[in-house]
Design a protein around this ligand. Structure first.
Ligand code: ADP
Ligand code: MG
Length: 314
């Protein structure tokens, strides 16, 4: 549905996107994750030409976006929700929802209002049709912002950190709601976040960005279990990243101890970064495991304990 081909974007001397290639398929839930300033918003803004790429192409449904055709193509297919709700404060909720369908999509007032009520039902806020946005809570305002985006019945919804301003509990609730909405409407979802848990739960496919580059693309399981480099390993989930030596296929040496692993193709006796997820470490009595260590802290997190252990001469 959307394809970025070799997209670069500069702001003055600053290279913000460096040769980004990315495809969003129909019906997909794609999440872009990366630290602040990594180019996530710029990538999404290039998709609907809020920013024009410095070089490279953007295709929507196979049609190349140009200055001349962008308004028509984007209006027909894409809606966007931002972190700041951007609701018009001087208009009622209903007016906020009907203005684009009437002005941009030439619906009659009646058609636009029917649509607005329908999507207010979908987000559970029909009874707020006649109030002003400022009288609503943050979560309600964001629901209205989402309703306003889907009232245009777009084929793709771009959500740029839409829940970033909400507190944790509400954010989790809204995550479930957004997934329900996506499944109900059958639309394509492109979701930007800097929150790793959100990225894993909201996606079929995750794109990890850093410094204007795509670092890795894959299913949440692939990204978590098989990070391609130390940045991805460190950014997604907790990990211990340790120097090691790949002795041969499926055998790695860490701190003078030999461990089995699943990796192949590094050759013999090659230095590597070894990523160990905390949940993959088994702890037993001294002398019973492969390495001994000293517990230096033990913190109760709720579902589990988080333990620091010094081992292997670190
Ligand atoms: P993210 O969404 O991942 O936090 P952005 O895409 O917003 O990152 O920004 C990437 C980089 O581009 C940042 O360094 C930011 O300061 C810069 N940037 C973004 N928009 C502009 C702009 N309009 N003018 C100048 N620099 C910009
Ligand atoms: Mg951003």
């Amino acid at each position: 549905m959307i394809r970025l081909e070799n997209v670069c974007k500069n702001f003055g001397d600053l290279q913000v996107l460096k040769n980004v290639n990315l495809e969003v398929k129909e019906g997909e839930k794609l999440v872009i994750i990366g630290p602040s300033g990594s180019g996530k918003s710029t990538t999404v803004r290039c998709m609907n030409f809020l920013e024009e790429p410095t070089s490279g192409q953007v295709y929507i449904d196979g049609q190349k976006l140009t200055h001349a055709n962008k308004t028509k193509i984007i209006r027909e297919s894409i809606s966007m929700v931002f972190q700041q709700f951007n609701l018009y404060p001087h208009m009622t909720v209903l007016k906020n929802l009907t203005i684009a369908p009437m002005k941009l999509h030439h619906k009659s007032k009646k058609e636009a209002e029917d649509l607005a009520y329908h999507y207010l039902d979908v987000v559970g806020l029909r009874d707020k049709a006649h109030v002003y946005p400022t009288t609503l809570s943050g979560g309600q305002q964001q629901r209205i912002a989402i309703a306003r985006a889907i009232v245009n019945e777009p084929r793709v919804l771009l959500l740029d950190e839409p829940l970033g301003a909400l507190d944790l509990k509400l954010r989790q609730e809204m995550q479930y709601e957004l997934i329900r909405l996506k499944n109900e409407l059958g639309i394509t979802f492109l979701y930007v976040t800097h929150d790793q848990e959100e990225a894993l739960t909201m996606s079929d496919k995750v794109v990890v960005m850093n410094q204007g580059y795509i670092q890795q693309m894959g299913t949440p399981e692939e990204i978590y279990n098989e990070p391609e480099n130390a940045f991805v390993a460190d950014f997604i989930g907790d990990s211990n990243i340790i120097d090691g030596v790949m002795m041969e296929d499926r055998v790695v040496k860490i701190c003078d101890h030999i461990f089995p692993c699943i990796d192949e193709g590094f050759g013999r006796k090659k230095p590597v970064d070894v990523v160990i997820r905390p949940e993959d470490i088994m702890i037993g009595k001294p002398g019973c495991g492969i390495m001994d260590g000293i517990v230096t802290s033990n913190v109760f997190i709720g579902v589990h304990y988080e333990m620091c252990i010094e081992a292997g001469g670190f």
